[in-house]
Design a protein around this ligand. Structure first.
Ligand code: ZN
Length: 150
């Protein structure tokens, strides 16, 4: 019977998966495997207070771990946590963008209350692999106003 396996340092509790990283018996398709692995990635303790985080895992399938071949790849982007606004207020986002530069597109929404800028980057980079084209959200505090977004 073909089974699915997962490998990747970003998987929460990946040590507990054992050497073979075998996924549950109930997982019988690549789609299910991707979903399960994405959930495992998401369940980790990730620090998204300062920036977005990109997580990775490889899915393999085969009759046995020795014969397993790569069947897919899961990459998950966790957006940065939204920082607090002033005095328990809700941010009041004023839409900015889209802006483009080269092949990249991003949106910079500024909070009318606290000045925080919410950047939605539609061409973010994976710091590990260098791949571009991810969608990620992160925030900039408006300490020094930069002219670029006026
Ligand atoms: Zn705000």
């Amino acid at each position: 019977m073909e089974r699915y396996y997962a490998r990747g340092e970003d998987i929460e509790g990946h040590e507990d998966l054992g050497v073979d990283g075998v996924l549950a018996d109930s997982i019988t398709s690549e789609v299910e495997a991707r979903r399960a692995v994405a959930r495992m990635l998401q369940d980790g303790e990730w620090d998204t207070s300062e920036d977005y985080v990109v997580l990775h895992a490889t899915i393999l399938s085969g009759e046995s771990p020795d014969e397993a071949v790569e069947a897919g790849y899961v990459r998950l982007v966790l957006d940065q946590d939204e920082p607090d606004c002033r005095r328990d207020q809700e941010h009041e986002w004023i839409a900015g963008g889209p802006r483009s530069h080269g092949g990249s597109v991003w949106y910079r929404d500024r909070c009318g209350r606290c000045g925080t800028v919410r950047v939605t980057d539609a061409w973010a980079q994976d710091p590990e692999t260098g791949d571009e084209g991810l969608r990620a959200v992160y925030y900039e505090r408006d300490d020094a106003r930069d002219d670029a977004d006026e």
